[in-house]
Design a protein around this ligand. Structure first.
Ligand SMILES: [Mg+2]
Length: 250
């Protein structure tokens, strides 16, 4: 029988958190209050984050004073868990391009770039030059900085996702609206529930998940509704703090 890694925690449960709008204001740094709450919670049980964006972006948001974000959380899942750390050590990762193949990937990227170029929205801006999909996210395709915040609104994204679904039915991919301006594309099953297989071996009594996009089409929907988790649909970091305090710290 394997021993429980978190024997120093009195409660044999795990709390997983989405990042944008759950632990932080989108794309911004985590607050001191949130860090305090997470540190208190970690004394009682295991904690982790499961974000859709890549590891470097999440690190910028959550890491404290040049420290490693993987030392602040027991589990660190970027790109829905395709990049995964447990207790500061990296677990085996997956790659979207390996899964779908270079030729298919190129077709998808070409279609996306054409579609984005032709989209008619009032204001268009390039973000950083590096955000044009050069090296893609390991789990899919990201164009999150291509448009100025606020112009790439939800309806535009939803329509775009529908168009991709119709154009590439043979790929069996999921298209989800992500943070404030992004969208995520990944193989079926590579949503945030992908992260759960990395925690199964510990046999937690309960796995709590906190996320702001728990509605159909949102990137927290699958893990929020998964039978292995107890889902908490929250609207912002303040509500996350309030519920964590109520449930575990009072
Ligand atoms: Mg979120």
């Amino acid at each position: 029988m394997t021993s429980f890694t978190f024997a120093d925690r009195p409660i044999k449960k795990l709390c997983l958190f989405d990042v944008d709008d759950t632990l932080t204001i989108p794309r911004q740094r985590v607050s001191k209050e949130m860090l305090d709450v997470l540190a208190q919670l970690r004394k009682k049980m295991a904690i982790g984050f499961v974000g859709g964006s890549d590891f470097s972006k999440i690190s910028e948001q959550l890491a404290v004073d040049g420290g490693r974000v993987v030392d602040q959380f027991d589990y660190a899942f970027a790109e829905n868990g395709l990049t995964a750390y447990k207790m500061g050590k990296e677990l085996p990762s997956q790659s979207f391009i390996k899964f779908i193949g270079d030729t298919e990937y190129k077709k998808l990227v070409n279609f996306i770039l054409h579609y984005l170029a032709d989209i008619d929205i009032p204001i268009k801006r390039f973000g950083h030059a590096s955000s044009v999909p050069g090296p893609p996210k390991a789990n899919g395709v990201s164009c999150s900085d291509l448009f100025h915040r606020g112009t790439f609104i939800h309806q535009v994204r939803a329509k775009f996702m529908q168009k991709l679904k119709e154009t590439f039915p043979q790929y069996d991919l999921i298209y989800a609206v992500g943070g404030p301006i992004s969208f995520d594309i990944f193989p079926r099953g590579w949503d945030k529930t992908y992260a759960l297989k990395h925690v199964e071996d510990e046999g937690f009594e309960e796995i709590h998940f906190f996320g702001d996009k728990a509605y159909p089409g949102g990137n927290d929907y699958e893990i929020y509704n998964d039978s292995r988790t107890i889902g908490h649909s929250i609207k912002d970091p303040e509500e996350t703090i309030r519920i964590v305090r109520e449930l575990f710290l009072s």
